[in-house]
Unconditional design. Sequence first.
Length: 318
Amino acid sequence: MRLISAKIKNFKSLEDVELDFRDLTIIVGANATGKSNCLKALEFLKELLDRKSFPKAKIIRNKYLRKNNNSLSLEINSQEKNIPINYKIDISTNERDLCSVKEVLEINNKKIIDIENNYGKVWDEDGDVNNQQDYHSLIEGLALEYATVFGHKPITSKLYNFIIHWAFFDFDPKILKRPSYELNKIHAFFSSLEHDQDFIPERDYNGSSNEEILCAWSDEAQDKFQAINRELTNYLGINLKVIDKMITVQETDGKEFDFSDLSDGSVRLISYYILLYQDYLPPLICIEEPEQNFHPAMLKIIASILKSLSQRTQVVIT
């Protein structure tokens, strides 16, 4: 399945935006024109499907709605084996802090889902307009997942899985340089907490498992580990070693230092190589300003990695 286009209205700073997507899509524009919010709108759609309840109207109004508006809409057009798919969500709030959500799915120009506030109609994908069923869910949330249990909906199911596996990467050097044992403690702490029902977390991928992945690859996938080392030796003059399940960096002259002492650009480059050598890639990868922290001489390398990724999956960058 492929993402073809998106329409975004009244989301954060975006008033009315249309985007077309290719294998590699680059969203360009001056600072503060909303490039980042284009990615955040796609991420918001994913989070709405991922969570099992709608955010409160106050959260929608304060965090996501464009100023002086009471409704927003997100619409995507995708394609599965030349079959067009249109999925649209309209969210509105009112003065009583109530949130209304309308959800419509059309596949091959035939309506499959037409639901508002968990009430509505669903149809099979076989084209029989008489095969209509009433839909009412006691579970607050979008119907795209739950409607698949009503009749024959293989493309509907594929669309749901397509969207929830979109990935939004944010390789923050401060996190990338933290030892994996510290990050494991943090992850264990937060996973023990109950989720705030009024909060939609920023579910981007920050590379916090890089050291763990490299250690595993050094044992179980040495071809990948050595491939990354060849790239790093070629471009940075360094080599990675695993000592007591920790990554140590070795320079060509034999000097060694801690992984956390690498430059910001170096740890980000390693993150991109780890992503490139993954067996499985998400169906859509979004990265904000991938050139951050890199010396201008390294930008051709980053461009080459992004191009290679786009030959295996769709990539969107700002």
